[in-house]
Design a protein. Structure first.
Ligand SMILES: CC(C)(COP(=O)(O)OP(=O)(O)OC[C@H]1O[C@@H](n2cnc3c(N)ncnc32)[C@H](O)[C@@H]1OP(=O)(O)O)[C@@H](O)C(=O)NCCC(=O)NCCS
Lengths: 174, 885
């Protein structure tokens, strides 16, 4: 079968860490993955092929924001052998859905290297993020980061509940 | 002793408070100063001595002052044995060393002296969780609840404990009573409920509801669980978790129509989550597993599946599975062909080099593999001749035609690579074809990174390690900013034995201030495993062992990592993931990476035991002594030159790393303030101490023990344990390992070979040894009363097919350690059937022979070289050669 994209479990964290180490220079110790999974369990997603993790998104709530609930993408990557299959987009959509549905997050933000064309295309053109600023020398090697943000559109629904939407779907399948 | 002896005057009492504060706020220097101030006048003040010890330990990253810390605390206890503070502190010092058992003893003693001290109660309860002493945990938690009825964590913790001891109903009641008290607004006057984050309140309530459902389900009350979930639906914000529970319950209760709706809702959220696809199919009475090779699907079911996936495609947006799964459940034939033709066109136009990965598991079905070969070949031909896809779709421009052709040729190349891997005769023909095609694609556009990546993977499948490494290097150079290309190249370089270069490459993305790399700090087990295996093959055992021990220490850390999360989760109420965490932690050492490390390390230690470095050196001396003077001189000169070359390479390696460090440090200081924590220099970077250990088997046990703890159910664990126990002269444990292995895999040639080896061991035991008779009785049950030699021969006559089994049986036939003939015969018996056994098992068998006998390794090479002409290990004729090899 093709590639499965699903909510991550604790058991997946080690494979996520490995995938991160293969793909990105910004790495974290296991404790940090555990911290994510045990603080915002619904926000982590993985792509797997027959049980082997080939991509992940590690998302969280912005802890500095104490008045409003905001999401943040800590890390996203897909093994090069599985890129351009649409996995990153699917992973990100799943994270967005969890951010809105579980937490009623107002928006979600992330940093991306200004040279990372693939990722910028994904965020800006496919997922409709906006560039809201540049952070000078954000990365350890001195590269700048774009700060990008997506504000969620609840279309008048109660932000924290997906109930209305579910009801609509239910009618479809009734 | 009177209490007064320990009482301090006002000034010192204030200082003591300061001391405790300083510890808690990590102002250690201040703490030491305060302690010393007190001790000047009261040198025997126990609690001060103990606190000083604790601070000494806390300041000590490198564990160098561990003894001093212990001595201070011990002295403190001697001066004031009835102080709960002293005992509590002793527990904390053990805790810093991760010795939870000792730590628990000290806390318990402290509690005997001060039974209601909630701080100690909490510390002890966390240790109970860490050591899974759940009964004790529950007992403590009851006690804590009675004193802390205004904290939700009190209830949640107790409920968790009860759940983990299997008392799900009591756990449920505790949570219910919490909610009752909470709703009755009891304790509100005392400043409301503690540990509730206003932003997270909704989430916490949600977790609690899910936990309650888990508890009901754990005691088999599915109906109650469902009623509860439906009643409290509005409380649950984690919809995926909610619906997953509901779906499972509905399935369990046979509520098919309702379950179907639930799975539609889940697919709406996670359109490509295969679990939900499986469940949806199952509730509709359709096959759960639609993978190729999973079993025949009836025609009627196929029709229904088609309809279902059409519906999914219409209703669920962004669902890749809706297009992909029909390829799996459609039978080979015209319809399948049409699906493939349509499926591949868009990605080929878009230039998706990973298209093949997406199709790979269709190859379980040989008819589909043949169909794809035909379609891909025709697509290439059609694109080349007319610029059209098989659908008739045109490519827009000459450029487009070229590009689509390139990706189609790439796809066909990958196809042949896979066919090579699956072929029964080693696959040389398909690999040749695959390589020819990938070169053709590269000739169209040599700057396309992924083509080189794919070339590397084809060469790797064929066994050409240097060729693969060179191709990976080409891909890396085409996009230096992509870490994946770097990591992949590092991996290939190490597999090809080019460690020094691999290490330099890895450092590019892992520089960290004055460290050569941060790979250890970042727990890069993949790198360490590759490095260890690379060094093993290069016979640099010390270094290999260093890397294996690095993996071990990461896993010890992973087990330790949970410690801080016990109280964190119970306070924050991420209970459901927390319960998962405990389960995962209890199987930590069964994870593949650890099992690989353990296997590598144990086999090295076992070989070092059989042939310690001194014995090797002596053998070499003997060899030289037997030579004529001229030959001996020549031989010595050769050795000298080889050593010089190696030393020079090592010097260059270190110089390159040093250079890289400087560059990184310069960059670091430009971008960030330099780090203050200076890393300690590794006193033994080459692992000499590990290699020259006098206790290789004790070292091996460091890996075996955790395996037996968490991974006893794997055959491999029992086989490894056997190797160690037999050499330790512990035949009873070795026997147990054989029996366990046979329980796991009754026909295991490897376990039976071990039975033969154990029998030989028992046969050679001293007649006077009373154990001999007992053991003989036991082993003869395994061998059917045969001698070791006869039993081993019988095994060989059964003609095992797997190269690893053949090797195991040959080892069992060996009469003495210097006896090569059985091994050589075994290697010669190797038969090549790659459709049954992967290439990797031939390589593993080869490495097994090579670790003890050069002649057997040569025989294995000879047996495999023609089937695997690309294989570097077997010196295959088509494998890429490097200078000096
Ligand atoms: C960025 C990354 C996650 C994208 O993963 P992916 O699974 O290949 O992305 P998708 O297949 O979902 O592609 C999403 C979109 O991006 C486009 N895209 C992906 N890779 C691209 C590339 N190299 N160049 C141009 N566009 C690209 C896709 O075509 C698709 O757009 P479309 O729908 O308009 O066709 C992946 O390239 C990656 O892991 N890179 C390394 C790690 C990284 O940079 N992470 C981001 C850190 S902020």
């Amino acid at each position: 079968m093709g590639v499965c994209v699903r909510a991550a479990t604790i058991d997946d964290l080690w494979a996520m860490q490995r995938c991160n180490l293969m793909c990105l220079p910004e790495n974290y110790q296991m404790k940090y993955y555990l911290y994510h999974a045990l603080s915002w369990p619904s926000l982590l997603q993985v792509a797997d092929v027959d049980g082997a993790v080939v991509g992940y998104v590690l998302a969280k709530l912005d802890e500095e924001s104490t008045t409003e609930i905001k999401g943040h993408i800590t890390s996203l990557s897909v093994l090069r052998t599985h890129r351009k299959l649409g996995l990153a987009a699917t992973l990100m959509r799943a994270a967005h859905r969890a951010l809105t549905e579980c937490y009623g997050a107002r928006d979600v933000s992330l940093h991306v290297r200004v040279s990372n064309e693939a990722a910028i295309h994904l965020y800006r053109d496919v997922l409709a993020y906006e560039e809201v600023g540049v952070e000078e020398k954000y990365y350890a090697d001195g590269e700048n980061a774009y700060n990008m943000r997506l504000t969620f559109d609840y279309g008048g629904e109660d932000a924290t509940r997906g109930l209305a939407r579910d009801a609509a779907k239910l009618a479809v399948h009734a | 002793m009177s209490r007064d002896r320990h009482a301090l005057p006002n000034r010192e009492r204030a200082l003591f408070t300061k001391l405790v504060d300083a510890y808690e706020t990590k102002k250690y220097e201040k703490g030491i100063a305060a302690a010393d101030d007190i001790l000047r006048n009261f040198p025997e003040h126990g609690e001060t001595l103990a606190m000083r010890g604790l601070i000494v330990r806390s300041m000590d990253d490198g564990h160098e002052h561990n003894e001093e810390a212990h001595a201070l605390v011990k002295r403190g206890i001697e001066c004031h044995p009835e102080s709960h503070v002293c005992w509590h502190v002793m527990g904390l010092v053990w805790r810093a060393e991760r010795n939870h058992v000792e730590s628990a003893k000290c806390y318990a003693q402290a509690l005997r002296l001060d039974p209601d001290n909630s701080l100690i109660l909490k510390d002890l309860s966390v240790v109970h969780l860490q050591t899974r002493n759940m009964e004790a945990f529950v007992k403590l938690r009851w006690k804590l609840l009675s004193s802390r009825r205004d904290q939700r964590a009190s209830y949640v913790s107790l409920a968790c404990g009860l759940h983990l001891t299997g008392d799900h109903d009591s756990a449920f009641e505790v949570l219910e009573s919490y909610e009752k008290i909470r709703n009755a607004k009891q304790f509100d006057s005392r400043g409301a409920w503690r540990d509730e984050d206003p932003l997270m309140k909704r989430f916490d309530a949600s977790e609690l509801t899910l936990f309650k459902a888990t508890l009901r389900r754990a005691s088999g009350k599915e109906k109650e669980a469902l009623a509860l979930l439906e009643r409290d639906e509005a409380k649950v914000v984690d919809r995926v978790a909610y619906l997953t529970h509901v779906g499972e319950i509905q399935v369990a209760l046979g509520m098919k129509a309702e379950a179907e709706k639930t799975y539609w809702k889940l697919l709406d959220r996670l359109p490509d989550s295969y679990d939900y696809h499986r469940s949806l199919r199952a509730v509709k009475g359709l096959p759960k597993d639609v993978r190729d090779g999973a079993g025949e699907i009836s025609d009627g079911d196929i029709v229904a599946l088609k309809a279902l996936y059409r519906e999914i495609e219409e209703k669920i947006t962004f669902c890749a599975a809706a297009k992909r799964l029909p390829l799996s459940f459609t039978k080979p034939g015209d319809e399948f062909d049409a699906l493939v033709v349509a499926y591949i066109e868009k990605p080929l136009r878009k230039g998706v080099p990973s298209l093949f990965e997406d199709l790979k598991n269709l190859y379980e079905n040989p008819a589909k593999a043949r169909a794809m070969e035909r379609i891909f070949t025709e697509t290439v031909a059609s694109l080349k001749s007319s610029g059209k896809f098989l659908s008739g779709g045109e490519t827009k421009s000459e450029e487009g035609k070229k590009e689509c052709t390139m990706y189609a040729v790439n796809l066909l190349a990958m196809h042949h690579g896979e066919m090579g891997r699956r072929s029964s005769d080693g696959g040389a023909k398909d690999f040749a074809k695959a390589l020819e095609l990938i070169e053709e694609a590269i000739a169209i556009d040599a700057s396309c990174v992924d083509l080189h990546l794919n070339k590397a993977s084809i060469l790797e499948l064929a066994g050409d390690l240097h060729g693969a490494a060179d191709a990976a290097e080409t891909s890396r150079k085409l996009d230096l900013a992509d870490r994946f290309l770097n990591s992949n190249c590092v991996r290939h370089m190490m597999r090809a034995g080019r460690y020094a270069y691999a290490e330099q490459l890895a450092a590019i993305f892992a520089r960290d201030g004055d460290q050569a790399t941060n790979l250890y700090d970042m727990e890069a087990t993949w790198f360490e495993l590759e490095a260890a295996q690379c060094h093993t093959r290069g016979k640099k055992y010390g270094r290999a062992l260093k890397y294996y021990h690095a993996v071990l220490s990461h896993f010890q850390q992973f087990v330790e990592d949970q410690f801080d999360f016990h109280s964190y989760c119970l306070r924050r109420t991420a209970i459901n993931s927390y319960l998962d965490l405990l389960k995962v932690e209890d199987k930590m050492y069964a994870r593949q990476e650890f099992r690989d490390a353990a296997k590598g390390a144990v086999m090295l230690y076992v070989d070092l035991f059989d042939e310690p470095p001194e014995k090797k050196a002596a053998a070499l001396e003997a060899k030289v002594a037997a030579m004529s003077a001229a030959d001996a001189d020549k031989f010595r000169e050769e050795l000298r030159v080889a050593k010089e070359r190696e030393d020079k390479a090592e010097e260059e390696r270190l110089a390159a790393l040093e250079e890289a460090k400087k560059v990184a440090a310069a960059q670091e200081s430009k971008n960030k303030s330099p780090k203050d924590a200076t890393k300690k220099v590794d006193p033994d970077p080459l692992g000499k101490a590990l290699e020259n250990t006098k206790e290789p088997l004790e070292q091996a046990m460091k890996f075996i023990e955790p395996l037996l703890l968490h991974a006893a159910g794997y055959e491999e664990t029992q086989l490894l344990a056997f190797e160690v126990f037999l050499r330790q002269g512990k035949p009873i444990l070795a026997l147990k390992a054989v029996n366990e292995a046979l329980k796991i895999k009754p026909n295991s040639f490897q376990a039976k070979s071990n039975a033969a080896r154990l029998t030989r061991h028992v046969e050679m035991m001293d007649e006077a040894n009373p154990m001999k008779k007992v053991l003989m009785m036991q082993v003869s049950k395994l061998t059917g009363n045969q001698t070791a030699a006869a039993y081993a021969k019988a095994l060989a006559d059964e003609s095992p097919l797997n190269p690893l089994d053949v090797a195991a049986v040959s080892f069992a036939q060996r009469e003495t350690a210097d006896d090569d003939s059985a091994l050589i015969n075994g290697a010669k018996r190797t038969n090549v059937d790659c459709s049954a056994f992967p290439f990797g098992s031939y390589v593993a068998a080869y490495e097994r022979y090579a670790s003890v006998s050069e002649s057997a390794a040569e025989a294995m090479k000879a047996a495999c070289a023609s089937a695997f002409p690309y294989a570097t290990v077997f010196g295959g004729s088509k494998s890429t050669k490097r200078d000096g090899e």
